[in-house]
Write a protein that binds this ligand. Sequence first.
Ligand code: NAI
Length: 480
Amino acid sequence: TRNGIDFAVADLSLAEFGRKEIRLAEHEMPGLMALRREYSEVYPLRGARISGSLHMTVQTAVLIETLVDLGAEVRWCSCNIFSTQDHAAAAVVVGPHGTEEEPKGVPVYAWKGETLPEYWWATEKMMTWPDGQGPNMILDDGGDATMLVHKGTEFEKSGVVPGTDEANPEEWNVFLDLLRASLAADAGKWTKIGSQIMGVTEETTTGVLRLTQMAAQGTLLFPAINVNDSVTKSKFDNRYGIRHSLVDGINRGTDVLIGGKVAVVCGYGDVGKGSAESLRAQGARVIVTEIDPICALQAAMDGYEVRTLDEVIEKADIVITTTGNKDVVLVDHMARMKHQAILGNVGHFDNELDMAGLARYPGVKRINIKPQVDEWVFPTGRSIIVLSEGRLMNLGNATGHPSFVMSNSFSNQVIAQVELYTKREEYDNEVYRLPKKLDEKVARIHLEALGGSLTKLTKDQAEYIDVDVEGPFKSEHYRY
Ligand code: NAI
């Protein structure tokens, strides 16, 4: 704690560098800056206590300071052990008007290279407000903060350790240890927090899946807005964001020439489409794997070979998973890969790759090349290069998606926070999306920033295609 702000970051002296990059990022985030202008002197988030779990990057710093600008109190942690940019974390603690000696920003618990116990410690700190009040809003990416509240409440009510059958039992045990410790310290903590929360806004595909499952079971404790499925989020961040940051991660991690190589992209959803496009743009020969015939056909029509991983694993130079599913690349696949082939995942959790199986493989040796790059040597003498230990490598090996595309995503986040915080009574404990009109508003701001000019419908034309002159311009089921 310094100047009344509690925090845990790598190095507060990085704040000045962080502030410089935040200043540059602000110009590239016109959506967030427009929201700051729109709500200046209105403070729609006054009284909001937002606990946020989302990659602590420069772009997220601009999001956090926008929430503060709108009146919120905020606490933050990262939603991934490798994704924090330490200079951004430091700058957020110091704040735009503070100094290293006298920070005036926001409590942040995040540093690059956390261990799993540290990760859950940081998440609990982010949810624990010093006055014992707890948050009244969550901003989540992947659903870990939301899960903590839900599993904690379940644990407190039943006294039974919640579920042990998660995908990765070792990681799950780290989480359960935290839960047991917090229950021992305060037996009603999560029930109290859960009852005060007015809503959560969720950033990503994987977190939305978790929320939808809870809503279907009737266990969701508060309303949720699915930010991911705003068109200006998933069709932009997931796709064009990864198109930028995937090859950035491969390059920074390995500096291997991508041109001419065979790259396999597992999954051809939004993230897969952007991944395949970026690898092809580097001259890779790209092969796609899919389970959904529609996405597989899209890949074929886009000119990619569609194969199963088993058919192509021996010839792949680069394998990237983008499915949000588990067990996509198994250790047997890994053992069959070419010498020094590169393996990385950009789906939300590391269980897309069987990292636990790899660590247990008889005779396998791990050689750390540098942070977030490991060579795993099989007994045959052949090795593979695994990026970010199988976790989101575009954030672990590079700096994630760039500001302009995150401005789209985060504008939806801010709008969603304002919506739930100011209109709680209009929402049930279900999962909602933002109205299309707001999606179009976010797009309009960013189009203008790029200097595009939009054609305006005449009244006559609008009537002919049965829409309003001012939008929304598409029906709900339109897929873009
Ligand atoms: P999506 O649902 O659009 O795409 C996933 C695709 O994978 C689907 O088409 C599905 O049919 C396919 N798939 C599922 N199981 C498969 C398997 N066993 N083999 C091959 N294909 C399979 O989801 P989206 O939006 O593309 O997100 C994917 C993941 O990426 C999620 O975990 C999401 O949270 C994460 N994400 C990561 C980002 C990053 O910066 N790294 C940014 C945005 C999302």
